[in-house]
Ligand binder design. Structure first.
Ligand code: PMP
Ligand code: GLU
Length: 399
């Protein structure tokens, strides 16, 4: 029997975020009190008015296949959202609803790029970006922005990374894993570079749009000269505490949506019909819960920044969005515990899991091996106790 997976499957890395969730779950099953700061998902319940819409959808028999690109009424609701919140004009033919923003991203990458193409990925980036590019058969080209530049690439760095093979760039603002947000001026500078390279598509992941602690959201699609090359990715997971409902979307030029329609139609079909009704309610209903959760995340951000700054070996950058803290932790490299040496951020994350019983994610798979990610989408009590444990464990390390 041939049990060798395909070359494609062999080339892919497993998702480090979900791997850490799994490890924490195993320790918890063994009776250990693990505080989870690994996965990025709101700890709040989905707001009631959204749940009611889903109940009603069951009663009204929304139990059939939806169109592959999603129901028209949801695509219309997304267009309304894009107009009202972002002042962007889109028609339903320029929208595809997918099984989470993750599928929307992956499908858009596949629709645009293939073998021989390069996709520019500013790093640190979310663990799935480079693997999605590989899934499409294209080559990820990373452009690095360290903590000293607030984890944001400059226009000059972008210009230097562009080659005749460049087919797309994957931007993420607010960013997972860094929490950094590109200002309007910074986006304008990147847009000015991209304007000169008309074959490059701009994939803009805006899933953390509503978790912004410095002002209103800015989308790179606001610049008219490049709007017809922008593919905005967003969804309900983070803003409405709906990770498990699996609804995301892409707003993109019609030719991209048509290609996505074929890919999605041959792989997964349209997403869950009931979840589409819930997402429609999320977009069209009152937005007070979004603001309530944003304020809670902002308080947690302030708390974790204060506590992490008390840890000697961490260099802390203040995140302005999303719900991640991404301190530089390389001062601990070379430290020993038992017969092990900590050489990378992943080693440090394993140490913190085993000794402090705090689950985090090492920066290696985000393309930043000198940093470690803590998700603060958890209670203030958990954050306080987790940082106490982390400090105690790190203070105990010896060079
Ligand atoms: N983009 C980023 C940057 C994320 O952190 C996530 C979280 N999983 C996603 C996309 C996908 O979100 P979802 O599939 O739950 O909509
Ligand atoms: N985006 C979240 C994270 O980065 C959820 C897990 C995932 O999809 O990778 O932790």
């Amino acid at each position: 029997m041939n049990t060798t997976p395909s070359p494609l499957a062999q080339r892919l890395a497993a998702s480090a975020t979900f791997a850490m969730v799994q490890k924490a779950a195993e320790l918890r099953a063994a009776g250990i009190d693990v505080i989870s700061m690994s996965v990025g998902e709101p700890d709040f319940a989905t707001p009631d008015y959204i749940k009611e819409a889903a109940h009603k959808a069951i009663d009204e028999n929304y139990s059939k296949y939806s169109p592959v690109t999603g129901y028209m009424w949801l695509r219309e609701a997304v267009c309304k959202k894009l107009k009202n919140e972002n002042n962007l004009d889109y028609t339903p033919a320029e929208i595809i609803i997918s099984n989470g923003a993750k599928q929307a991203l992956s499908t858009v990458v596949m629709a645009i790029a293939g073998p021989g193409d390069e996709v520019i990925v500013p790093t640190p980036c979310w663990v799935s970006y480079t693997e999605m590019v590989k899934l499409a058969g294209a080559t990820p080209v990373s452009v690095h922005a360290g903590i000293e530049q607030d984890f944001k690439i400059t226009a000059a760095q972008l210009e230097a990374a562009i080659t005749p093979k460049s087919r797309a760039i994957m931007l993420c603002s607010p960013s997972n894993p860094t929490g950094a947000i590109y200002t309007k001026d910074e986006l304008a500078a990147l847009a000015a570079v991209l304007e000169k390279h008309e074959d490059i598509m701009i994939i803009s992941d805006e899933i953390y749009e509503h978790l912004n602690y410095i002002g209103g959201h800015e989308s790179i699609a606001q610049f008219p000269a490049i709007k017809d090359r922008c593919c905005i990715i967003n969804g309900v997971s983070k803003a409405y505490a709906m990770t498990g409902w699996r609804i995301g979307y892409a707003a993109a030029p019609k030719w991209v949506i048509s290609a996505c329609n074929k890919i999605q139609g041959q792989s997964t079909s349209g997403p869950c019909s009931l979840s589409q009704k819930a997402a429609e309610a999320a977009y069209l209903g009152p937005q007070d819960d979004v603001e309530r959760m944003r304020q809670a995340f902002m308080r947690r951000r302030d708390l974790i920044v204060k506590l992490a700054k008390e840890i000697d070996g961490f260099e802390v950058n203040i995140p302005t969005g999303a719900f991640y803290l991404f301190p530089r932790c390389s001062k601990y490299f070379g430290c020993k515990y038992g017969d092990k040496t900590i050489n990378t951020a992943d080693d440090l994350a394993m140490y913190l899991l085993e000794v402090a019983h705090v689950a985090s994610v090492g920066g290696d798979s985000f393309g930043a091996p000198d940093c470690i990610r803590f998700s603060y989408a958890t209670s203030e009590e958990n954050i306080t106790e987790a940082m106490r444990r982390v400090k105690e464990a790190l203070d105990a390390l010896e060079k």
